[in-house]
Design a protein around this ligand. Structure first.
Ligand code: SAH
Length: 283
């Protein structure tokens, strides 16, 4: 889409000078941006973006200054406090500021802290949700995050806390018992410990697990494995973060829903991976 293609008719909000719009960019594929995000990209004076934001998205804001505020990729890391205060400064200078974050800004993205800092400094904010990697990334891998025959709940967890350790506050035993499907963000570093917690809490070594790296981008990789084999399989596939790890039987649905594989000419591996023995449309 060229940068002057008009948006469909709608009462699009206008960015005002001195405002900060905190916006999700989705998991990677630029097509997963919302129209509110596109509307913002076209108006912003400054875009402050994270490491997980695909740089192609910035091409949609050619008029804006682009500032990198990421924390990986060999570039110098920015401290959270510095980022928040930088947003305050830009807003106070009267800029229309677009803070663009990977996925959804309020899902493991520190969007809450940034927005709170802005409000504490009397800066007006607008929040634009985005598609979170733990939902959209799995969908691109052909894994429905809920599926009626599998789960009535899903738990999203982070694999490390502020100190970089596995979160001590997580009650793995309860999560394990209470949630058929567990979606883990930032889980690669501590996967051995996490798998161990889940096995000790009673999950089976045969439990299906998927690891989806750089989901929704051209580099997306998907590993299907089990809780018992995950550590070895990640190592032998040499998978690198960012990755979403999904634990639970919904992973089996990939055998019939790997739509990218099918588009590339691979037939579905199994039309009834959950063994229901009847057509999916029958209740
Ligand atoms: N706010 C983001 C999450 C930020 S935390 C969201 O809603 O998606 C960063 C973690 O998100 C990564 O370590 C990884 O676990 C996950 N993640 C983000 N983008 C991803 C992608 N394209 N593929 C796989 N995992 C991704």
């Amino acid at each position: 889409m060229s940068s002057d293609t008009p948006l469909p008719p709608h009462n699009w909000p206008q960015m005002q000078p001195g405002w900060v719009w905190l916006c999700g960019a989705g998991p990677g594929d630029p097509g997963l941006l919302t129209l509110h995000a596109l509307n913002a990209l076209r108006q912003a004076d400054v875009v402050i973006y994270d490491a997980l934001v695909q740089e192609a998205i910035l091409d949609w804001a050619p008029q804006a200054e682009h500032i990198y505020a990421g924390k990986r990729g060999g570039k110098p890391s920015a401290k959270q406090r510095d980022i928040s205060l930088h947003l305050v400064e830009l807003a106070q200078a009267g800029k229309r500021v677009l803070r663009l974050k990977g996925g959804d800004p309020f899902v493991f993205g520190r969007g809450g802290e940034e927005a709170q800092t802005l409000v504490q400094h009397n800066i007006a904010v607008r929040i634009i949700p985005g598609i979170s990697a733990g939902i959209g990334g799995l969908a691109y891998a052909g894994i429905p995050v809920t599926h009626r025959d599998v789960n009535q709940s899903v738990t999203f967890v982070t694999g490390h806390d502020q100190s970089g350790n596995t979160p001590g506050s997580l009650d793995w035993a309860s999560i394990s018992k209470g949630s058929q499907v567990i979606v883990i963000y930032m889980g690669m570093k501590h996967i051995a410990q996490i798998a161990d917690h889940l096995l000790r809490a009673g999950r089976s070594t045969d439990e299906p697990v998927a690891v989806v790296t750089t989901a929704t981008t051209a580099d997306q990789q998907v590993l299907e494995t089990t809780l018992g084999r995950i550590v070895d399989d990640i190592a032998s596939a040499a998978l690198e973060p960012p990755a979403i790890i999904c634990v639970g039987r919904s992973v089996l649905m990939r055998q019939v829903l790997d739509w990218q594989g099918m588009a590339a000419g691979h037939p579905p591996r199994n039309l009834d991976p959950l063994g229901r023995g009847r057509p999916a449309e029958s209740a």
